[in-house]
Ligand binder design. Structure first.
Ligand SMILES: [Zn+2]
Length: 697
């Protein structure tokens, strides 16, 4: 599923408590807690929703709004040694993990356990039993490793690359999602793949930290192969690394991969075989269960980074089978290392946790088990979470907020000064066509075909991978399921899906600091209001604006309006290119453009919606802050964040979201109402003359 999210793909998994409740008050089902829902409460943070302790009053809001609001917090906050960052999102993630742990503890003693509860419990048990994993060693991997060891031809290599249950690595990946040109049908899209480091830049840049990271990667490859019982591991590691470097040189950069037009390249399987010879496309797709024909005749697949395919296919053919064998062995062991004995698990953590993320120590096993559950059987956990922690009143309140924001959005489109009437009519139609999903899906995912046993972790993992793939591939020629969710309810995040023109807010983001029914309204507008505005704005960002009201990737702009829009967005690219979160490294303004548009428009709309909600009535000043100021404080509070340097480096190179500091400062300096709220003028460091502010929606 294509989704443009609110925040990075960090693991923000687990069930979160409804903010008013302590677990002691929570029964098995929400319905059982009549005593709770009408109880009056107090704001969770501070007395009206903002924790003012983090403010550094020595910093002028107009000079650095992020450090004005978060300065003292930044000085005092410590990144937990078992995490790579800290801040508002992590606070919720940690609470969430604890809530799921409470759910799991309950399942251990519960009578009359349901089928899905049993799967959740048994999967967790299979992970948590480290002594058993130690005892069995590589035994559960023997069969797969043998299959890889017996590879003799490039066709054998292809079969292993295509195996969804084995979960190794492949130079191409296939994803089944909604067809960009036809939101009523699914399509298989093929993408470049094959790297073990987070981005091609890790292979190509000469920045000293990156160079050191890739040296550590080569050592890690050798270490994993040695643990796997292979010989000549130094030589093999060098070959694998050299192969991946060649792959990286061919890959499209991330910023180009965002371009919805450029990555939509439909072709038949036979045309693809002619276009990119050297890779056995037909075999590969058939092994994955994708037939080259369907009811309509020859199947059309989408070649995403199309110009990379011929050289990748050629590289595939030119690389000796022995090198592929080692490559697949390494990637098999690497991807399964956290689920094997401690020797593998520790080696994996040292490289992927410590070197790549700056994490000082491994997270406790129980928490990692929770994260595994959320990744593997997320809606199974989510069902239990929602029953416990998501009251119907929260959904109703959130729905009201969303429709409020949408009304303001439409009003603004009606009065935008840079857009002609023809485009405006189309934009309005799109703004009137959003589907809104809040809390959790109407229909839960059916896990009955997934077999889980409590003493077979690796087997559970591979059965789950096959289960997920089959779910997608078996419906490839079926109608689109519009009710489906791309995130579990316990995820602290939100997303926009352009093909369905839908905005989706999982239950777990509907709590403080994003949303608190007992907080001041202004704070909620700056928090969840800006999040809602952000997701709506993805429908109108540099890529989302290429999809029409029905979710079809089809231009609805006049040439002049599009040129006008792109002139404005290119200035936003320039602004963000100038920000340097780490010495010598800069934000990639093109890679982050969609998110920066969404942030800038999101907080603009949130403030406007707040102002409208007052209906001209005055509001009291709270602790010296007026209503408009409190909207922006609420916004800065959501993005409170601090990360290890290695994690920041990885974000800069691979994350389409700007670092939170610039999600605040980089966005608000384009927003007139922020200047007014804090009296910001030409002497302030963040000041931009009105003509340089980028205002889109
Ligand atoms: Zn986003």
């Amino acid at each position: 599923m294509k989704q443009w999210t609110l925040a990075a793909g960090v693991v923000l998994a687990g069930g979160l408590a409804w903010y008013l409740l302590d677990d002691a008050l929570v029964g098995d089902a929400w319905e059982a807690n009549e005593m709770v829902s009408p109880a009056p409460g107090e704001a969770e943070l501070g007395s009206w929703g903002i924790n003012l302790d983090g403010i550094n009053s020595a910093i002028e809001p107009g000079d650095d709004f992020f450090r004005y609001f978060n300065g003292t917090w930044l000085e005092e906050a410590e990144i937990p040694s078992d995490r790579t960052s800290t801040g508002s999102f992590l606070d919720l993630a940690i609470r969430s993990e604890e809530r799921v742990q409470a759910i799991l503890a309950n399942l251990e003693t519960k009578e009359n356990i349901s089928a899905v509860e049993r799967k959740v419990r048994d999967l967790y048990r299979s992970f948590i039993d480290a002594a058993h994993l130690e005892e069995i060693g590589l035994a559960p991997a023997t069969e797969d490793l043998q299959t890889i060891a017996e590879i003799e031809t490039h066709e054998d290599v292809t079969r292993v690359m295509a195996s969804t249950s084995m979960g190794t690595e492949s130079i191409f990946g296939v994803r089944i999602g909604i067809d960009e040109k036809n939101p009523n049908a699914y399509a298989a899209s093929i993408r470049q793949s094959g790297l073990g480091l987070p981005d091609r830049d890790y292979y190509l840049l000469e920045e000293p930290n990156i160079v050191a990271t890739r040296e550590a990667y080569v050592a890690y490859i050798a270490q994993i192969l040695e643990l796997g019982g292979l010989k000549d591991v130094g030589e093999k590691a060098a070959e694998i690394y050299a192969l991946e470097t060649k792959i990286a040189e061919i890959h499209w950069p991330r910023a180009e991969r965002r371009d919805a037009d450029r990555i939509y390249n439909p072709m038949t399987v036979s045309a693809l075989s002619e276009y990119a010879p050297g890779f056995p496309w037909l075999l590969y797709l058939q092994e994955m269960g994708i037939s080259p024909v369907n009811q309509a005749g020859e199947r059309i697949v989408v070649a995403s980074e199309n110009t990379a395919f011929p050289p990748l296919a050629e590289l595939f053919a030119m690389t000796p089978v022995a090198t592929w064998r080692d490559y697949l062995t390494f990637h098999y062991l690497d991807s399964h290392a956290p689920y094997l004995s401690s020797a593998f698990d520790n080696a994996n953590f040292e490289f992927r946790g410590r070197t790549l993320g700056g994490q000082a120590q491994q997270l406790e096993r129980a928490k990692r088990g929770v994260q595994l559950l959320n990744r593997t059987i997320g809606e199974g956990v989510g069902q239990i979470y929602v029953a416990r922690h998501f009251p119907p009143s929260a959904k109703i309140q959130a729905e009201a907020l969303v429709s409020n924001l949408l009304v303001v959005y439409r009003d603004r489109i009606r009065t935008l000064d840079w857009m002609g009437e023809e485009t405006r009519a189309q934009a309005l139609q799109k703004a009137e066509s959003f589907t809104v999903k809040i809390g959790y899906p109407d229909k839960w995912r059916d896990y009955s075909a997934l077999a889980v046993t409590e003493d077979d972790l690796l087997g559970n993992r591979s059965r789950s991978a096959a289960f997920e793939w089959n779910y997608d591939v078996l419906r490839l020629d079926e109608p689109v399921d519009r009710g489906e969710w791309g995130m579990s309810p316990q995820t602290v995040n939100a997303y926009y899906n352009p093909s369905l023109n839908e905005i989706v807010f999982p239950a777990a983001i509907l709590q403080a600091p994003f949303f608190d029914p007992y907080a001041d309204d202004a704070v909620n507008y700056g928090g969840i209001g800006a999040v809602i505005g952000h997701e709506i704005s993805h429908g109108f960002d540099d890529q989302g604006s290429k999809y029409d009201a029905l979710g079809v990737l089809e231009n609805w702009w006049t040439e002049m309006d599009r040129a006008n829009f792109e002139g404005r967005t290119s200035r936003l690219v320039d602004q963000f290119n100038a920000y340097s979160p780490l010495e010598g490294m800069f934000v990639n303004g093109q890679l982050t453009l969609g998110e920066n548009i969404a942030d800038t428009a999101g907080i603009t709309i949130a403030h406007a919606a707040y102002a409208l909600s007052l209906g001209g009535e005055p509001v009291p000043v709270l602790d010296g802050f007026d209503g408009a100021q409190r909207v922006f404080l609420g916004y800065a509070q959501v993005w409170r964040y601090k990360a290890q340097e290695a994690t920041m480096r990885r974000r800069i190179l691979s994350d389409p979201h700007s670092p939170p500091e610039f999600r605040v400062n980089g966005a608000i300096r384009n927003v007139d109402s922020w200047y007014e709220a804090f009296g910001v003028g030409p002497d302030d460091a963040l000041y931009l003359p009105p003509e340089e502010r980028v205002q889109l929606w």
